[in-house]
Design a protein around this ligand. Structure first.
Ligand code: SAH
Length: 452
C-alpha cells in the first residue's frame, strides 16, 4: 500500500483522455500530469484510492523522446494547456488515440474508421476568444489571469500563449486600470463588481470586442475605463457590459448592454461574413474551423438538390458554408441572439435559401418531422453532452441519406454513434481535427450513411 508523500518510480506508458501520464506500480495505476509516454520518473504520491493513485513528478530520470522544453512559465499550474511539454506530433497522436479509444471502447466500432487528425496551422496565438477571470486575492489585491488546474483560485498572469498579442496588451491595460481600484471588483458579498474580462477578436478584420462581465449595470457609465481603451486601441470596435449577478460557474449573464461602438464584431469564415454577438457561439480557432467545415462539407456531399438541416447551428456558420450547394437550409439553435445573428448573416451574405429556428434541437427536430420535413442531409454540432436519445430517434425517423456529426467530445460522440449504428446508420469515417492545440480537447467530424 502506498502512502501520501511516498516517493515512487514510474514508467509512463500511456496518456489519459485528459492528458495525464499513466504509470503502473504493482496493482495500482497512477496518474501523473506533465509527463510523457516513455518517461521514467520519480513521483510523489498525492492520493491513493482503491485501484488508482495520483502523483506529482519530482524528477524525470529518463526523459521521453516526445519531450520538449515548455515555453510558458505558468504551464504547470494553469488549467488551460496540458501539452506544453511534448512535441506537437506527439500531441496529435495522443489526440487521435483519444478518439480511437472512445470509438472502440464506448462506440464498439472498429479503430480503422478513425482517419488521420487534421493538424492546426497555428499552435500558439490561435484563440480568438478569451475569458479572463478578475478577482481579489486573500490579501485583497486585484488579481487577473486564469484558474489554477482543478480549482477556482485565480492565478495572476496577464499573458497567455494561446491568445493573440492584442489580448495580452488589452488585458495588461485593463489590469493597470483596476489595480488600484479593488472596490470595482466583484465579490460574492457586493455582487456588483467586475468578474471577467471577455475578449473577442475577428482575425480577418482585426476588430476586437471588449466585454466586461460584472455583477450589475453601473459599469455602463465608466467612461474613464472605456475612453482609455478606445483611445489607445483603434481595433476596439465594440465595448459591451454583460451583467451576471448570480453566484455560478456560468460566466455570461443573460443581458448585454453596448457602451461603445457596435453590438457585435464581424469576421469572415469560408468566404462569408459573420456578425457575432457576445452570447453567440463562434469557433475559437478560425483557420482550423475552415478546415473542419471543409471536411464536414466533403462528408455532406451536396449536389444542389438537397434539403439540409443544421442542428445546433450557432450563428449559422456551418450550414451557410454549405448553402450554395443545397436547395434549402434549415438551422436550429437555442440562443436567441445567435439566431438573430444567423438571420442577419444570411441576409448580408445573400443566402436566400435558409431559414433559422430558435429552440431546443430535440423539440425543434420533432416539430419539423411532424410537419413532414425530410432532410437529405443532417449536420449536428452539439455541446459536449452530445445528442439526446430522443433526437437520435427523430433523426432516424426523418431518414436522411447522410448524417454529419461534428463533436467536441469523443466520449459522447462514440456513445451516440453506437446508437445510430444500432438503428440502420453505418459510421463510414471519423476525422479528428485539432481545434485546440496544447489543450487536451479534440474535435471530430463523423460521417454516417443510411443502410437503406
Ligand atoms: N455549429 C455552430 C455552433 C456549435 S456549438 C458553429 O460551428 O459555430 C453548439 C451550439 O449548440 C451552441 O451555439 C449552443 O448555443 C447550441 N445549443 C446548446 N444546447 C442546445 C439545444 N438544446 N438545442 C439547440 N441548440 C443548443
Amino acid at each position: 500500500m502506498y502512502r501520501k508523500n511516498e516517493i515512487i518510480e514510474l514508467n509512463i506508458t500511456s496518456l489519459t483522455s485528459d492528458g495525464d501520464g499513466v504509470g503502473r506500480a504493482g496493482e495500482l495505476v497512477f496518474f501523473v500530469p506533465n509527463t510523457a509516454v516513455g518517461d521514467i520518473i520519480r513521483a510523489r504520491v498525492l492520493k491513493v484510492k482503491k485501484n488508482v493513485g495520483f502523483a506529482r513528478v519530482e524528477e524525470v530520470l529518463t526523459p521521453s523522446s516526445d519531450r520538449i522544453e515548455p515555453d510558458c512559465p505558468v504551464s504547470r499550474s494553469c488549467g488551460g494547456c496540458v501539452y506544453r511539454h511534448i512535441s506537437y506530433d506527439a500531441e496529435l497522436s495522443a489526440k487521435r488515440q483519444k478518439v480511437i479509444d472512445a470509438v472502440t471502447r464506448i462506440g464498439k466500432l472498429p479503430a480503422d474508421l478513425v482517419k488521420n487528425i487534421i493538424p492546426s496551422e497555428k499552435i500558439d496565438g490561435y484563440r480568438n476568444k478569451a475569458m479572463i477571470p478578475v478577482g481579489l486575492d486573500r490579501a485583497g489585491e486585484v488579481v487577473m489571469g486564469f484558474y489554477a488546474r482543478h480549482s477556482h483560485n485565480i492565478m495572476h498572469c496577464l499573458r497567455c500563449q494561446l491568445s493573440p498579442e492584442i489580448f495580452n496588451a488589452i488585458a495588461g491595460d485593463f489590469y493597470t486600470f483596476l489595480r488600484h481600484r479593488p472596490q470595482l471588483i466583484y465579490t460574492p458579498q457586493n455582487r456588483r463588481g467586475i468578474r471577467h474580462l471577455y475578449l473577442r477578436y475577428a482575425e480577418s478584420t482585426g476588430d476586437v470586442m471588449v466585454c466586461v462581465v460584472a455583477g450589475d449595470r453601473h459599469f455602463e457609465d465608466d467612461t474613464l475605463l472605456y475612453d482609455s481603451l478606445t483611445e489607445k486601441y483603434d481595433c476596439i470596435k465594440s465595448i459591451v457590459v454583460n451583467v451576471n449577478p448570480d453566484d455560478t460557474n456560468v460566466i455570461l449573464g443573460k443581458r448585454s448592454y453596448t457602451v461603445y461602438g457596435d453590438d457585435s464584431i464581424a469576421d469572415t469564415l469560408c468566404g462569408l461574413r459573420f456578425e457575432i454577438a457576445p452570447a453567440a457561439f463562434y469557433q475559437v480557432n478560425r483557420s482550423q474551423a475552415e478546415r473542419l467545415y471543409g471536411k464536414a462539407k466533403d462528408y455532406a456531399a451536396l449536389t444542389g438538390s438537397e434539403t439540409l438541416l443544421d442542428l445546433y447551428c450557432g450563428a449559422g456558420t456551418i450550414g451557410m458554408s454549405m448553402a450554395d450547394r443545397c436547395k434549402e437550409l434549415i438551422g436550429v439553435e437555442i440562443i436567441p441572439e445567435a439566431i438573430e445573428n444567423a438571420k442577419q448573416n444570411a441576409a448580408r451574405n445573400g443566402v436566400r435559401n435558409a431559414r433559422f429556428l430558435c429552440g431546443d434541437a430535440t423539440k425543434a427536430a420533432e416539430t419539423l418531422r411532424a410537419e413532414g420535413i425530410r432532410p437529405d442531409v443532417i449536420v449536428v454540432d452539439p455541446p459536449r453532452k452530445g445528442l439526446t436519445p430522443e433526437l437520435i430517434d427523430t433523426i432516424v425517423q426523418m431518414s436522411p441519406d447522410r448524417v454529419v456529426y461534428v463533436s467536441c467530445d469523443p466520449a459522447t460522440l462514440a456513445r451516440d454513434l453506437k446508437l445510430f449504428s444500432e438503428k440502420d446508420y453505418s459510421v463510414k469515417e471519423i476525422t479528428p481535427c485539432d481545434m485546440f492545440p496544447r489543450t487536451a480537447h479534440v474535435e471530430s467530424v463523423a460521417y454516417l450513411k443510411t443502410d437503406h
